[in-house]
Design a protein around this ligand. Structure first.
Ligand code: 5GP
Length: 112
């Protein structure tokens, strides 16, 4: 199923892209919840984290490593938060796997 994130990958919808390689794309969230709010997504259209399989193991690791690199590049390497919402009840609204990279403010625990 094509989502709006597939359209961003295909450049059918504009986005403020901060990083791209063969496996993933990272762009600024249109409704930022922190001074840095970037989404990193696999180019492969995996809908939710639970839909990933062992075949996606390297891809998932790649997303995390690149998320750390991006946070560092943005100047927030010392403190940032990664969030993956899996399922509508957890707050997922776009059904193309994405990791939120948030930084530049304090974060409470437990998360809301
Ligand atoms: P979710 O709620 O699924 O975890 O996160 C989806 C995120 O995508 C939200 O933070 C939302 O602001 C962001 N988003 C939704 N539509 C667009 C869009 O068209 N462009 C960008 N850059 N972000 C979007």
């Amino acid at each position: 199923m094509s989502t709006l994130f597939s359209k961003i990958i295909d450049r059918e919808i504009p986005a403020n892209i901060v990083y791209e390689d063969d496996l993933c794309l990272a762009f600024r969230d249109v409704n930022p919840q922190a001074p840095m709010h970037i989404l990193i997504i696999p180019k492969k259209p995996v809908a939710m984290l639970v839909d990933a399989t062992v075949d996606d193991q390297a891809l998932l690791g790649h997303l995390l490593l690149k998320a750390g690199d991006i946070a560092k590049q943005e100047g927030y390497g010392d403190a940032f938060r990664l969030v993956v919402n899996n399922g509508a009840k957890a707050g997922q609204t776009v059904f193309h796997l994405h990791v939120h990279i948030l930084g530049g403010r304090g974060f409470s625990w437990p998360p809301g």
